[in-house]
Design a protein around this ligand. Structure first.
Ligand SMILES: [Zn+2]
Length: 270
């Protein structure tokens, strides 16, 4: 008789878990439908971050239809309210930071949450928040939790200078250095009751592809040296003129051995 029973086949696989985040959901475009449908075909779940004031009824209807048909593959998060703000005479793409009071930030976060509930319905109670451009301060984080969110996603890059800055900020108990967030990826933040699960890899930066299919494997390796919860960020709009590159990237992901992709919400409770 074997005194050392073998690990059962159903034992969870070792190694990192992955999540995919697609940001800037607003209107229904061919780039969005192509993105959504390609990920569904490969059965890779995606967390879609919606900009509430730009979210059209047509897009909401499409996304809800896909979520109903594939509940395991689609979830929604809140991505600010407008994804922009005016500072002096400058129009910025970020929306939060120390230039705005707690009340101003809280009111916008609540308004965004209200719009999402209106468009997505009570079945999709949004608990996940991603600050536009990953820019925020202590008040943003406090306001997100006060508005009823429990999960926070920004950036936690594995490069040496980012890791050094995060470690320094964490040692000092900081939320941010000005509007540059300090990452507490994989743990509860000290500034509010929010679990942070942030992306490690920006597959694109919102304007262009920054991590092609060719270099993706190396990026995944670098990221998994720092964390066993590896997030990848996309902006579907970037692939409007590069659908083949998107397919190549998704193929690389779906061909990974032992790859375990989860929705952010599921990863948070795993
Ligand atoms: Zn964005």
């Amino acid at each position: 008789m074997n005194e050392h029973p073998r690990v059962a086949d159903s034992e969870p696989l070792e190694g990192p878990r992955y999540f995919v985040r697609d940001d800037d959901i607003g209107s229904l475009t061919p780039a969005l439908t192509n993105f959504v449908e390609t990920f569904i075909e490969r059965a890779i779940p995606v967390s879609y971050q919606v900009i509430p004031s730009q979210f059209t009824d047509e897009c909401a209807q499409y996304m809800l239809e896909k979520a109903r048909a594939h509940p395991q593959l689609i979830e929604f998060g809140q991505h600010g309210l407008h994804h922009r703000m005016v500072l002096g005479r400058k129009l910025l793409k970020r929306e939060f930071g120390p230039e705005r009071s707690y009340d101003e930030q809280f009111n916008d976060i609540c308004e965004g949450k209200r719009l999402l509930r209106l468009k997505l319905g009570a079945d999709h109670d949004i608990k996940l928040f991603t600050p536009p451009q990953h820019k925020f301060d202590k008040h943003t984080v406090e306001a997100i939790a006060a508005a009823g969110h429990t999960l926070f996603s920004a950036a936690s890059y594995p490069t040496a200078h980012h890791q050094t800055a995060y470690a320094l900020g964490r040692a000092l108990g900081l939320s941010s250095i000005r509007h540059h967030g300090i990452s507490y990826h994989g743990r509860m933040r000290p500034d509010a009751k929010l679990l942070e699960l942030s992306i490690s890899i920006a597959v694109d930066d919102g304007r262009k592809i920054t991590c092609s299919a060719q270099v993706l494997e190396a990026a995944l390796k670098r990221a998994s040296a720092h964390t066993n919860k590896v997030g990848l960020m996309f902006h579907h709009g970037v692939y409007a003129d590069a659908p083949d590159e998107l397919t190549a990237i998704i193929d690389r992901l779906s061909n990974r051995p032992h790859a375990q992709f989860q929705k952010l919400g599921d990863l948070a409770t795993a």
